[in-house]
Each structure stands twice: as C-alpha cells, then as structure tokens.
Design a protein around this ligand. Structure first.
Ligand SMILES: [Zn+2]
Ligand SMILES: [Zn+2]
Length: 444
C-alpha cells in the first residue's frame, strides 16, 4: 500500500521514522522533497509532521484555509476545503438541514393564477456554481485559471443567447450604479478586481451571469411577471452547458460546493417580486410574513436597496437555503407563498376600499394625472407615482390595461436613464424622463 507523506499529504513517502508516544509506536512518513526541505530550513521533519497531523481536518492543504478562518467568516477557501475539513463541513450542513420548513397548506386555484399575474412584477431564479481546483473569489488572484473560468462561462452562452462581457475594472461608477439598481450585479461584485458580468445583449430580461462575486459563478434568469418555472427552464439550459465547459465542484453528499455553506445543496434561489400595496398599508408585509410562519425557509426583502425597504410597496420573496430541498420543491415553495400573500393582498384591498375609497381613488387619479401631465419628473417621484397607478390598474379604474406598461416605467426611474443621458443636468434629465413617461402612458 502506498503511504502518503505526513507533511504535504500529497507525495508518496520514501522515508519513515518510528516514534514512541505514551507507550505506543507511531510511524511517520515523509516524501523526499518535504524531508530535504525541512533539513534545509533546520526543522525536524518529525516536528512538522506532528504539527500537521494535529491540524488534520482543521485546514486545507490546497488553499491554506483554516477552521479558525471558517469560524470568523463562515466561508470556505476553495471547493477542496469541503474534503479536507470534511467533518466541519458535514456538521454545518447537518445544522442547516435541521432548519424548520414551512409548506403552505394550499393548492393553486385559478384565482391564485389570476392574482399572481396581477401582483407579480418579475420572477428570478439563480444558481451558484464553483470550479474545482480554484480558490473561491474572496482570496482568488488573477491568472490563467481565472481566464479559463471567464471563457467557460462565456462559451456556455453559445447557442442560447448573444452575450456581452463586462469586466468590472473597465466600468465607470455610473454604469456600475445602474447595473446594481437593475439587479444585474451586487455592490460586492462591483468592487471585486476580478469581477465580471455576462449579460444577454439587447434585452432587459433574460440571463445574466456574475463572475467572482461570492462564488465563481452566479447565474440568474429574470423574466417579467409570474414566470418562475420558465425562468428556471431557461437557466437550467445554461447550467447544463456550463457543466460541459467547466469542471463544476459537486459533492454527492453536500451538493454544489459554495463559498458559504448556507448555499450548499441545490445552490439555488428562486424569487418573485410582488406588489403588495394594500397589505403593506393595512398591516405591514413583513409582519404578515412572520405571522404566517413564512419566515421559516423563506425571506422577504424590500426591492429598492437598503433603507428604502418598504418603499413603493414592492417585496421580493425568496427561499433561504437549499441544502435539503430539490429544485422543484424550492420553486413550489416560493410560488405557494407568493399565492398566499396575493390572496391576502386581495382581501386587504377590499377592506381598504371599504374604509377609504374616496381618498384611495383620489390618490390614484392624481398620480395618473401627474404621470400624464408632468413636465419634469424625478426618479423617486416617478416610483411612488407608479405604485399608485399600478393600484389603479389592479382596481380597473384607469385606462391602462396592460401591467407591462408600468414595468417599462419602473425602468425609467432607475439610473439606467442617467447613463443614456450622461453629461446633461439633473433638470434636463427630469424633463426627458417626464417626456418618455408621457409617451409610454399615452401609447397604451
Ligand atoms: Zn511531502
Ligand atoms: Zn481549500
């Protein structure tokens, strides 16, 4: 039987040393390279081997990550860490499995489908993937491997969609801000020196891929309205191609290996962005979410950045972890929770109308009037007008019948417009925004 070196845990040992410890004999083994390296540095090979043996399972030979670093950051250094610190990884995974899961006790009805088509603004599915043998992005340094990662992720788009690559270091602050607001990239990716984005050409919706964010690859597909299953189907095709172009780190027991153990398993996040104005005004969406027990296994977030949490009555519902769940059950879980919230939104809207119909309609008509008549519009003002008008469309009291018109307007309220109009003053931009809004609203 081949004996591996006790110092590097890699090469075959050729030198052996027997030591008595507490009355028992231990054999230590060294490879030629480690043995001579020790002597050159004036270190006893035995001493180093004993140190390494004591640390067995507490550090990763591949990337040098340690248990202490894991405890500090709750992240691993590379996919190989999951093998080298197996016990720690499995204990963490087991703790995550224990998390309570809630399955809403409802079946989707026709009414739910109709509700979802009214209240769902967009649907999003995301996969996290990593490449075997490559450090996770937190400690990754530039090199041939990183180029191969980028190439592989790009090649996987071929035959699926026309893609463009944006390395973060080539982008200006304005462009980054717009990409963050459009939810194509995270603030963390914008700051990573090796960060890059692959984006579907000429399309607001579809697949986008973040490279070297927390994981090597975070691919997402976003579609308009309630289209979670379709988004999943499209992303799955990209994922299958990815498995052909790159050696994706996967473990039979732990699933896809991710920098943070919370994403292990299916390494998938499914979310639906919902517009819940009545529920939010009547009871507060976050409170309802908690009261229903949806916070077990799911999360709810405001959509437009930190601080603006409840702004504009838009909420993103997503699954939290995916370690013990199949892809299908994650999708189902999120859809059922969204349907439940939409039912409550309907009821809340009835109550709101009963309580303060005149005030509500007054707000809706005024906002609609402003959209059609304003000569200048700021981004934030536009967003709050959209929320009112959307409510009017749901109640069927406005001439706008197609919800997609409003989704187009949301785009005009973000920094995307700022990019197109870079170099002009804030006033000129507001004038331009108002003109574009008028065009969209009147063409419907
Ligand atoms: Zn060795
Ligand atoms: Zn490692």
């Amino acid at each position: 039987m081949q004996r591996i070196c006790d110092i590097c845990h890699k090469a075959e040992a050729t030198r052996f040393e027997n030591v008595m410890t507490d009355g028992r004999a231990f054999e230590y083994a060294y490879c030629e390279a480690c043995y001579s390296a020790c002597l050159k540095r004036g270190v006893m090979p035995l001493q180093l081997a004993q140190m390494r043996r004591a640390r067995l399972g507490l550090e990763c030979d591949e990337c040098g990550w340690t248990y202490e670093k894991f405890k500090d950051t709750y992240m691993f250094g590379c996919p190989e860490c999951y093998t080298q610190m197996r016990q720690i990884a499995c204990e963490e995974a087991a703790a995550l499995v224990g998390r309570e899961r809630m399955m809403p006790d409802i079946r989707l009805t026709d009414e739910d489908a109709e509700n979802l088509s009214l209240y769902a603004i967009s649907s999003r599915v995301r996969f996290a993937r990593n490449v075997r043998g490559l450090r996770f992005p937190a400690t990754l340094t530039d090199g041939e491997d990183v180029h191969a990662l980028l190439r592989g992720a790009f090649d996987a788009t071929k035959g699926l969609f026309e893609a463009e690559v944006y390395p973060m270091r080539t982008l200006g602050a304005m462009k980054k801000k717009a990409l963050i607001e459009g939810h194509y990239i995270s603030p963390a990716l914008a700051e990573h020196p090796l960060g890059a984005l692959i984006l579907q050409k000429n399309s607001e919706y579809g697949i986008s891929v973040m490279l070297n964010e927390e994981d090597h690859i975070r691919a997402q597909c976003v579609l308009e309205g309630m289209s979670l299953n379709e988004a999943y189907r499209q992303l799955k095709r990209y994922d299958e191609k990815l498995a052909q172009t790159l050696d994706i780190a996967y473990d039979a027991q732990l699933g896809y290996l991710t920098a943070c153990p919370t994403n292990l398993g299916a390494a998938m996040r499914a979310s639906v962005l919902l517009f819940l104005p009545a529920l939010n005004r009547m009871c507060g969406v976050k409170k309802v979410f908690k009261d229903l027990g949806l916070d077990r296994g799911l999360t709810v977030r405001g959509y437009f950045g930190e601080g603006s949490e409840d702004a504009y009555d838009m909420f993103q519902i997503s699954n939290q972890g995916s370690i013990d769940a199949s892809e299908e059950s994650i999708l189902q879980h999120v859809v059922l929770a969204a349907a439940k919230l939409c039912r409550l939104e309907r009821e809340a809207l009835k109550r709101l109308m009963a309580m303060s119909k005149c005030e509500l309609l007054d707000g809706i008509y005024r906002s609609y009037g402003t959209l059609k008549g304003a000569y200048m519009l700021g981004g934030e003002e536009l967003m709050s007008l959209i929320a009112d008008v959307k409510l009017g469309v749901i109640l069927g009291v406005l001439p706008i019948k197609d919800m997609r018109v409003l989704n187009k307007l949301i785009w005009l309220s973000t920094s995307s417009l700022d990019i197109l109009t870079e170099g002009i003053s804030e006033t000129e931009r507001s004038v331009k925004r108002a003109r574009l809004v008028r065009e969209i609203v009147t063409e419907d």
